[in-house]
Design a protein around this ligand. Structure first.
Ligand code: UFG
Length: 325
């Protein structure tokens, strides 16, 4: 299939593009390179630098091509920035996304896989989180994901759009080619890895006074390869799907301190920890039930935390400064 991927030069987008190509699909890669890296895409990819807020350009891109399906991963995604700057987040993540949908429909493209997030649930009432849990986001980033999923539902009913939203829990890990290079880096695993890489002398952990076993937050880490695999499975299921949403998690939670211990085990280097106060917007525990994705998409994650950390460690050691551009 000819698949247009937005945010293709980003962390998850680059791995999704890698797997699409490996699966024999053609990738039309869109990115504004605000956070993404041109070097994260191979030369075989048809790359177009464009911002989703540029609606006329999007129309041109769609009208000149035969596109079978769209994978929409482009988004601003730094939670604390979304709190201080909601305008930018709603503009890019909601209005930009609407421009994309409208260009798709004008050109009879009716298949969309959307990169959603566990943040739609806010602070969940019960664990593991199922897809029918209440959606009460606690920051504008999560609100954008909820709003866009609701738009998908109404566009499905009115215009026949088929969409599958994939609610990622904590994407982590790397392939041999593609890994995580954010500026600034806010995620736990790459920040802990900075210690064995010799970039910093300790990791800051945001609080140890939560009501969890060791007092630190608990998260459900999913290998980015498994996440990309879910996108391909969603693509296979998208024809006639209507509007669907699936959690992507492993069903197992690890505390921040357990992640630190895993990095120590994998790297062989001890990691000093400094505790700071709680980070705004952090739910204490986020663990998914992904039974629905297993049942309906045939998706079962293949990798655990050790393989996730191992792959991230290998990638970060090889590309010490991340991507060159
Ligand atoms: N953490 C630290 N120190 C760091 C970085 C993170 O202690 O240097 C802690 C966080 O406070 C949190 C845990 O590690 O307790 C995980 O934090 P991440 O930033 O790695 O991931 P989040 O769970 O905050 O965020 C992820 C996605 C978001 C998504 C969110 C859903 O990255 O895009 O899950 O709640 F919105």
């Amino acid at each position: 299939m000819d698949v247009l991927v937005t945010g293709a030069a980003g962390y998850v987008g680059s791995v999704v593009s890698e797997q699409l190509l490996a699966g024999g699909h053609r990738v039309i890669a869109l990115d504004n390179l605000g956070q993404g890296h041109r070097a994260a895409l191979g030369p075989e990819v048809d790359f177009i630098q464009v911002d989703l807020c540029d609606a006329p350009r999007l129309d041109d891109i769609f009208s000149g091509r035969n596109i079978d399906a769209v994978m929409h991963l482009a988004a601003l995604s730094i939670v604390p920035h979304s709190v201080s700057n909601p305008e930018e987040y709603f503009q890019t993540n909601v209005i930009g996304g609407l421009n994309l949908l409208n260009s798709m429909l004008k050109n009879n493209v009716t298949r969309l896989v959307f990169s959603s997030s566990a943040s739609v649930y806010g602070i969940p009432e019960s664990i593991p989180v199922t897809e029918d849990s209440p959606q009460i986001p606690i920051h504008p980033y999560g609100e954008c994901k909820v709003m866009f999923e609701r738009i998908l539902k109404w566009y499905g009913e009115a215009y026949g759009l088929n969409s599958i939203s994939l609610r990622y829990f904590n994407a982590a890990g790397a392939t041999s080619l593609h890994g995580e290079h954010h500026q600034p880096e806010t995620h736990l695993i790459p920040n802990v890895l900075k210690v064995p890489l010799g970039k910093v002398d300790h990791v800051t952990i945001f609080a140890n006074d939560y009501e969890t076993e060791d007092g630190t937050c608990v998260r459900d880490y999913v290998h980015v390869i498994d996440i990309a695999d879910a996108h391909l499975k969603a693509l296979n299921a998208i024809a006639g799907a209507g509007t669907k949403a699936y959690n992507l998690g492993s069903g197992t939670g690890y505390s921040n301190l357990q992640v630190v211990r895993m990095v120590e085990q994998v790297s062989g280097v001890s990691v000093p920890v400094v505790f700071e106060s709680r980070r705004a917007g952090d739910p204490p525990v986020l663990v998914a039930s992904s039974d629905l994705a297993g049942k309906e998409l045939g998706w079962v994650p293949q990798y655990g935390l050790e393989e996730i950390v191992q792959s991230a460690w290998q990638w970060q050691s090889k590309f010490l400064d991340g991507y060159s551009d």
